[in-house]
Design a protein around this ligand. Structure first.
Ligand code: URA
Ligand code: SF4
Length: 242
């Protein structure tokens, strides 16, 4: 038994990772109907586009996103917002989409929700840009900050997928339902998904509330603190195993 395994076992955490994954998958398969998976039913043109994006480096990706017109969110944006942070980050935080200030400044999470996200990061000794990358499921601002629609998240998802491949984070934190559903390709209830370990293509993924939601629901801030502690513990377990 490896040192990591024996520590995890002592902490009552092993083989929870696998058990959890299975339990969650079983539970989720009962949740019908599943959200449309971005990988499903792609047309040949969409496949070719996804393949092209999957081969891009950072410069090409930034240029492609900046000039992208592949969903209707391009119509009202001031600029597309790719993401910000350490290209070799251990931590990847994924939000929903740019708001007004982000659209103006070209950086994710710089408005009110962003201030809360920065405070959340600080609470677990993290800082924007230092081993941390912050991105969104859609790169262009949905008008009036509405929730992005399925066609928009699926059109934009290849960019996030490529970002994740380039970054290779050790842990992904999905902030809110659209991020969780896009990354997991299934319907997710944040309240039920919190405190569980999911898997995105071999990378551990956890789900917590979106900071904008927390601004409106102060009582759930305590839960988000629990989630951050869980994230930190999950990362520590990861680091121990690597
Ligand atoms: N909300 C998000 O989901 N992303 C941002 O970048 C800003 C607010
Ligand atoms: Fe392109 Fe994504 Fe912007 Fe849609 S949201 S136009 S897919 S970059």
């Amino acid at each position: 038994m490896s040192r990591r395994e024996s520590i995890l076992r002592e902490m009552g955490l092993a083989p929870l990772w696998r058990q959890r994954g299975r339990a969650v998958r079983e539970e989720m398969s009962e949740m019908a109907p599943a959200a449309p998976s971005p990988d499903h039913a792609a047309t040949p043109a969409q496949d070719a586009r996804a393949q092209r994006i999957a081969g891009m480096g950072w410069d090409d990706l930034a240029a492609a996103v900046a000039s992208c017109r592949d969903c209707r969110l391009c119509e009202q944006r001031k600029q597309a917002v790719l993401g910000v942070g350490d290209p070799e980050a251990d931590w990847l935080f994924v939000g929903e989409g740019p708001g007004a200030e982000e659209d103006e400044r070209g950086e994710p999470f710089v408005g009110q929700a962003g201030k809360l996200l920065d405070a959340m990061l600080a609470a677990i000794d993290l800082k924007r840009g230092r081993k941390v990358y912050i991105g969104n499921v859609v790169k262009c601002r949905p008008p009036g900050n509405r929730t992005p629609q399925a066609e928009e998240t699926s059109a934009c998802f290849p960019y996030l997928q490529r970002q994740i491949e380039l970054i290779r984070p050790k842990l992904i934190v999905a902030l809110g339902k659209p991020a969780a559903e896009t990354l997991l390709g299934t319907e997710v209830k944040v309240g039920a998904a919190r405190g569980r370990l999911f898997d995105y293509r071999g990378i551990p993924l956890i789900v917590t509330y979106h900071p904008a939601y927390l601004l409106r629901n102060l009582t759930d801030k305590a839960k988000s603190w629990e989630d951050l502690c869980y994230a930190r513990k999950t990362m520590a377990n990861q680091a121990d195993g690597n």
